[in-house]
Design a protein around this ligand. Structure first.
Ligand SMILES: Nc1ncnc2c1ncn2[C@@H]1O[C@H](COP(=O)(O)OP(=O)(O)OP(=O)(O)O)[C@@H](O)[C@H]1O
Length: 307
């Protein structure tokens, strides 16, 4: 039996004047999965999210969210969504707990229900100790966790997170990923936009790689890497302007030249490195690593994700 997707887009388009920010994309998000939009700044990820969140009307194509049309049933859909915007918009005048409770009251939930829910969400966000504190002095990671906790007040079926860990330090990011992973285990469907390939690999069951308003590729992180990259990558670092790819061009399936590096896409990085040394290639440093979604993006677009 097939289960209807929670989000279904066909030819979905967003135009700002003559400019097409989202240029006719097709996708489906299935219940219980973590679905990602990976792409650089300006790829059209937020514009797509805002259409799914029913806060920005589509300019063309079809869109169904929870089986309904955002144009017709926006408020009904929004009641079942949790939205974590790119910028935290917490109320600095209120305490941590009050931020949750006041938001809960917007959904018309009873005082008692909202109080109990806030206690549960403070625990989830690891903010119980800070419940009575003001928001302003919280760290960036704590504010993000509070924003996520707040988005869960109405027990959403679908949680939309726009760049959830941008600007956070590595420890705060890992804690946030752990919380999002728990939500997924509890059956919440997640949609995440990100320009971090490690975030996409950590969190997403399936993702689309977006560039210039279009979907360049779709699949699980593993599928995308298998399809568009090699098992290993040999990185050879040179002083800027000193990298000559010719002596290593045949040491892998493909070679990419970046401003400070040459990347050799190969099945056996160590063997390629030994061969490069035998030919007298002398990089400042070298590294053999596995392929990542960054390599997929480079292959698809000729550019790096974060310039
Ligand atoms: N309200 C608007 N009016 C005009 N152009 C817009 C508007 N919103 C977005 N754009 C343009 O649409 C394109 C896609 O923007 P969008 O915010 O969707 O990208 P993104 O992939 O989410 O990137 P970012 O991570 O920077 O938000 C950009 O070129 C942006 O300048």
């Amino acid at each position: 039996m097939s289960v209807d997707p929670l989000v279904l887009a066909e030819g979905l388009t967003k135009r700002f004047g003559d400019f097409e920010a989202v240029a006719g994309i097709d996708l489906d998000v299935r219940k219980g999965e973590a679905f990602g939009f990976l792409g650089p700044n300006g790829a059209g990820k937020s514009s797509t999210m805002r259409m799914i969140a029913c806060v920005s009307p589509r300019s063309g194509g079809e869109l169904r969210v929870l089986g309904m049309d955002p144009t017709v049933d926006g408020p009904k859909i929004r009641a079942h969504l949790g939205v974590v915007p790119q910028q935290d918009n917490l109320d600095n005048e209120l305490t941590v707990r009050q931020n949750l409770q006041v938001y809960g009251r917007y959904f018309g939930l009873s005082r008692k229900h909202v109080r109990d829910k806030a206690t549960e969400l403070l625990e989830f966000a690891q903010l119980t100790d800070r419940a009575g504190d003001e928001v302003e002095p919280l760290s960036g990671g704590m504010k993000r966790r509070l924003t996520i906790a707040r988005s869960l007040v109405n027990d959403p079926e679908l949680l939309l997170l726009d760049e959830p860990t941008t600007g956070l330090d590595p420890q705060a990011r890992h804690l946030l990923w752990d919380r999002l992973f728990r939500l997924k285990q509890q059956g919440v469907t997640l949609i995440v936009t990100t320009h971090y390939m490690d975030e996409a690999e950590q969190l997403c069951d399936r993702l689309v790689v977006m560039d210039k308003g279009r979907i360049a590729a779709a699949g699980s992180p593993g599928e995308l890497i298998d399809r568009y990259s090699t098992k290993e990558v040999l990185e050879l670092r040179f002083p800027p302007g000193m990298q000559d790819p010719e002596p290593v061009r045949d040491l892998g399936e493909r070679v990419e030249v970046l401003p400070d590096r040459i990347l050799v896409y190969t099945t056996d990085g160590e063997a390629s490195l030994a061969a490069a040394h035998a030919r007298g290639v002398t990089p400042v440093s070298s590294l053999v690593r596995r392929s990542t979604l960054e390599d997929v993006f480079l292959r698809l677009t000729g550019r790096t994700l974060v310039d």
